[in-house]
Design a protein around this ligand. Sequence first.
Ligand SMILES: Cc1cc2nc3c(=O)[nH]c(=O)nc-3n(C[C@H](O)[C@H](O)[C@H](O)COP(=O)(O)O)c2cc1C
Length: 335
Amino acid sequence: MTVPARLPIVQAPMAGGPSTPELAAAVTGAGGFGYVAAGYLSPDALRTALDRTRALTAAPVGVNVFVPGRPNADGAAIANYAASLQPEAERLGAPLGEPRWEDDAYPAKLDLLARAGVHTVSFTFGCPTADVVARLHSAGVRVAVTVTSADEATTAAAAGADSLVVQGTEAGGHQGTFAGVTPNRASLNEALASVRAVADLPLVATGGIMTAADAVAAMEAGAVAVQIGTALLCTPEAGTSAPYRRALLERRYSETVVTRAFSGRWARGLANRFAVEHADAPAGYPQIHHLTRPLRAAAAQAGDPDVPNLWAGTGWSAITDDDAATIVRRIAAGL
Ligand SMILES: Cc1cc2nc3c(=O)[nH]c(=O)nc-3n(C[C@H](O)[C@H](O)[C@H](O)COP(=O)(O)O)c2cc1C
């Protein structure tokens, strides 16, 4: 079963704060499928998050991991970007971070997940190798891969994926594109159509799904389930920071933008000052994520929404602060 739940609703893994064990358990309790977001967590912190989720729900859960890229970013371009951020750092009284490459502890997380008894491991930012997929399969774990195009779907199917999370450009947060060089401009409908043409696998649709009508449209376009992120950001169960919530609920910015400003990888968020002023930031994930991190943390701490990444999908203006169960039931109502 692709989504081992009563309702074909999947809670998007949302690394960096919004995902919590409480959110995964609440979505699961309402009949959906919950994810633990392993991105940015140490293996120990992942273990703790998984244990806590399991203490809150006996239902099957998934874990999402970032596939590391190559450490081949343009160092001079990153150094120029760092220099351009110096005035912002001085204004905030925070140092710039070290723009270092790392692999998000990918091998250690895979070791842990091969023994953790989770239902599904989903991947984003790239495709796991066939060896990694086979290892998870032999541990009884299903594998989902986030894709944005027919080529990525073909690669994921060849690696042995059991299902594909098809992400449209509407999606909040980072785009899952494997190379991450050009932004994904395909709408969810376009992506579903092109992936369906090449891959005979169950498809989970993600990007901009906020209402029952959105979910119905995605299922009619061939998805077996929908994965919702932004719709859950302001639930009491999410770990979304106070200034982030206020910016969403008070409609502080009028639109979203796809930008590399915060992390060096294309991502969609509210068009706050930092996103707009640094729209020409170079590629370089996770180096730029580390470079800007202290600035984003200092601004969030000071309650300033103009500098942190405020990931949000194009449907963000339909957001409410209802609890997760209410939102899951509302979106599932038409299915
Ligand atoms: C705050 C935030 C964090 C996200 N973090 C992750 C993540 O850790 N892993 C992942 O696969 N997708 C992540 N995503 C993308 C979601 O999986 C999903 O594609 C997206 O939320 C769907 O679009 P929507 O936000 O319009 O519902 C994130 C999205 C948001 C909004």
